[in-house]
Design a protein around this ligand. Sequence first.
Ligand SMILES: *Cc1c(COP(=O)(O)O)cnc(C)c1O
Length: 339
Amino acid sequence: MGNINWSELSFGYMKTDYNVRCYYRDGKWGELEVSSSEILNIHMAATCLHYGQEAFEGLKAFRGKDGKVRVFRMDENGKRLQASSQGVVMAEFPVDRFEEAVRKVIKLNERFVPPYGSGASLYIRPLLIGLGAQVGVAPAPEYMFLVFVTPVGPYFKSGFKPAPVCIMRSYDRAAPQGTGTIKVGGNYAASLAAGRKAQGKGYVAVLYLDPKEKKYLDECGPANFFGIKNNTYVTPASNSILPSITNKSLQQLAEDMGLKVERRPIPVEELATLEEAAECGTAAVITPISKIDDLDENKSYIFSENGKPGATCVKLYNKLQSIQNGDESDPYGWVKIIE
Ligand SMILES: *Cc1c(COP(=O)(O)O)cnc(C)c1O
């Protein structure tokens, strides 16, 4: 792979050698199948195409200084895919088979795992979709689980540098008791219009408010939100946000660094009291927020004016990354070595 410029990779798709697939037919999952095709041949009346019966996951593998490949908390992704499957009534893929498929797809594409120190990683994208010809609205008779990989660089071009975010009350990504807590494509389709509008105004993301009252912070489209104040890590509790594994990990790290952790509804006005603010997720890792412009109320909350992330964000970022790539020991059992 002499021709991949690892340190210049963006968060995009690059063809790799193989993907792994598994079909659910006649009430049971079959064997894992290896494919070198990037194409799916599916029925035009499949439920995933018409009625959004699909869910996905995203996780990363990292190469360490020792050359070993480590994958981060894949059991959590496997469990979350099951929760998403329950949410849109799909056959659940067993967590042990999920881990087996992830190991297999990484091993088959090992030459695409970026080298240590490049800042890049191998992004792993599991997908579960409803198949079979069906026009009436009902769960599909058949399902396909698929996992592919692609090497990626940072999600935001700016990388680990504070970036601006906005609040717009005229958009929601999920309903109050809807699909916000599961990882389904429909939430993303619902966020595209707001995202495009925000990007047109120079923001990297929209910070959504709770869809019921518009009083509390929810999350940033594809990433959770957290803030730091008075030696406390605060992150929203809500019925319409996705339980981020990165956020869950950061809460543990924050606690072990001696911070207090609060997961509770956060009123919008509380932004004025935060010392640091950031987005977090597998793709975003930690992306510090420079300012949040409330476009409806004409208010700005400023967190960084010198282009530098806050000290606590830096500490959390370094700690998380060194556990992920094996620079530091992993007392939590989060990392699994692929051999
Ligand atoms: C995937 C996702 C996140 C981040 O979750 P991680 O497990 O940390 O990758 C946050 N918000 C939404 C809406 C997501 O889909």
